[in-house]
Design a binder for this molecule. Structure first.
Ligand code: ADP
Length: 538
């Protein structure tokens, strides 16, 4: 017997309609790429999203067509999140930090017909436009008066919107139909497309609002510094809207000074982003002797949050780090380590250590660690294994791509190696390709980085496995020092030996001016491994 409940498909447009009806006056504040701060409400955003949907119709966009964006976190990009998916087309957000050949590849692979672009990114397209096989329209996200000089045939978003009616009936869509498309940065091979559905997007956003997840409510003010071109800014444009929270969008201003100004000016209480952005903000605050007064929570994911960062946010800014783990294939949120009864009972130092773990799965994500034979490993906090997941917002394949090697028996192999402790807290040990295999033992590069980051002179660091004639691989530590600070390799090794076993100590410490990053802000360890492959072979 079926339950006697209504059938109502989960649709992205309904999220904005809900906010318009029930949280109409909650604000969206955005730093304009053309300068100045833009401020409006969910009421205004919903009206403009309907206008944008009419613009799409006028441009000839049909259901399930792919519509690309190359844009910062702004109110205009936000409107497109709803206009494109809500009208039944597929929003394809592109990371402008990709290499030009990758941008060409994904625009062609997705067969994008329309591109909405911030003026700053136009040169990327000017350089490759001959190679774009499917692109028919380029719309610059700017008013007519701020339109840049470009040889491309472009239109102004604001001019198009001004001519568009503000009535639009969002179509009823199949909840399983595709809503948005994100490509993983593809450190090897071509980027691969993850195609989210309306259902997966709504469920993921819904789950993220939860108290033990990101705790998003109408009384909160969120600043997603995580870009809207990276896994839909972790779903924040949806979950904030669902809850009617105030949303603050940083535009192109990701530096410490710009972020600080927004945080203070808009009384932001929740920050969300990858560790590298927070390094910049924390250093700026330290230099200027500033406190992030309104901030209560800092959601950190994308790479491991170092203990020193967790401590700095707490001790200097009274802000709690919510450590989260996920990936593009997971929409992206998989686990979250929010404040728990256990944490509240611990002295601070022990709590910080616990916060370096990536936490429990959000309800909706099933998770296990397995050995090489696929046997499940115990939750003892010690056994390391491949981390597998499954659930309604986890990809079951890549868009137009035959590679299904990451899926086994309905589970997705994340490519991460992890432990799970008796409390159920998962901890990422490493990406399987970054684990250092030394004489039959494994060394976690994340663990070593985490320790080295605790040294007061270290601004950023990376640990890589470098081929070694006797031990297969040995760890090498690369360090960027904080401005005006000094330290020697012996200082760092002495410091580390207080925290890790002797056989895990790096064979060499190298000081560098900067470290390479992927387009999503992670350390580009493959490049480092290539650069230093002969370092220990003499
Ligand atoms: P890409 O795969 O394109 O680099 P993703 O954002 O999908 O981009 O990367 C996901 C990977 O990032 C995860 O598999 C994991 O290795 C790493 N990661 C994400 N969050 C964390 C975290 N909190 N701690 C450690 N690693 C993380």
């Amino acid at each position: 017997m079926n339950g006697l409940m209504m059938q109502h498909p989960l649709q992205i447009a309904d999220i904005l309609c809900h906010a318009e009806r029930w949280h109409a006056d909650s604000e969206i504040v955005s730093r304009n790429p053309e300068g100045g701060i833009h401020r409006y409400t969910y009421r205004d955003a919903a009206r403009r999203a309907r206008q944008a949907a009419n613009v799409l119709t006028a441009l000839g966009v049909s259901p399930q067509d792919r519509v690309a964006t190359l844009a910062w976190n702004t109110h205009r990009h936000y409107e497109l999140y709803y206009a494109v998916s809500g009208s039944g087309a597929i929003l394809h957000t592109i990371n402008p930090r990709l290499f030009p050949e990758q941008i060409v590849y994904i625009l062609n692979h997705a067969e994008d017909r329309v591109l909405f672009i911030d003026a700053q990114f136009l040169p990327l397209i000017e350089a490759v436009c001959e190679q774009l096989k499917f692109l028919e329209h380029i719309v610059v996200l700017a008013p007519e008066a701020a339109m840049p000089d470009t040889p491309l045939g472009v239109q102004s978003y604001e001019a198009l919107l001004a001519d568009a009616p503000d009535t639009y009936d969002w179509p009823a869509l199949d909840e399983d139909s595709a809503a948005s498309l994100c490509y993983t940065s593809g450190t090897t091979g071509h980027p691969k497309g993850v195609l989210y559905s309306h259902r997966s997007t709504v469920l993921h956003a819904w789950a993220c609002t939860g108290r033990d997840v990101l705790n998003v409510g109408n009384d909160r003010t969120l600043l997603p510094v995580v870009p809207m071109f990276h896994v839909n800014a972790w779903g924040v444009p949806y979950s904030a809207t669902m809850a009617g929270a105030k949303l603050v969008l940083p535009g192109a201003g990701m530096d410490g000074a710009s972020l600080y100004e927004l945080i203070e000016g808009e009384q932001v209480d929740m920050l969300l982003g990858v560790p590298t952005v927070w390094l910049g903000l924390l250093q700026y605050c330290e230099k200027e002797n500033l406190k992030l007064n309104p901030v209560r929570d800092v959601v950190i994911g994308g790479s491991a949050a170092p203990l020193s960062m967790i401590r700095d946010f707490d001790e200097k800014h009274d802000a709690f780090v919510i450590h989260a783990w996920g990936m593009t294939e997971l929409s992206p949120v998989g686990t979250v380590n929010n404040n728990s009864r256990l944490m509240q009972q611990l002295p601070r130092a022990e709590r910080y250590a616990l916060q370096t773990k990536q936490g429990r799965p959000v309800f909706g994500v099933e998770m296990k660690i397995v050995d090489d034979q696929g046997q499940e490993l115990p939750h003892d906090g010690k056994a390391w294994g491949r981390l597998l997941v499954r659930g309604p917002w986890i990809a079951r394949g890549y868009y137009k791509h035959e590679d299904c090697s990451a899926w086994e028996n309905g589970w997705f192999d994340t490519g991460d190696v992890a432990t799970i402790d008796p409390h159920g807290l998962m901890q990422i040990v490493d990406r399987s390709k970054d684990v250092i295999k030394s004489g039959g033992e494994w060394i976690s590069s994340i663990d070593l980085e985490n320790c080295a980051m605790g040294h007061p002179a270290v601004a950023e660091c990376a640990v890589i496995g470098v081929p070694h004639p006797k031990w297969d691989e040995r760890p090498v530590l690369l360090v960027v020092l904080k401005e005006g600070q000094t330290a020697t390799d012996t200082d760092l090794l002495d410091y580390l030996s207080g925290h890790v076993a002797k056989w895990q100590l790096p064979d060499k410490v190298l000081f560098v001016n900067e470290l390479p990053h992927t387009p999503t802000g992670k350390l580009l360890k493959r490049a480092l491994r290539e650069a230093y492959q002969n370092l220990l072979m003499e």
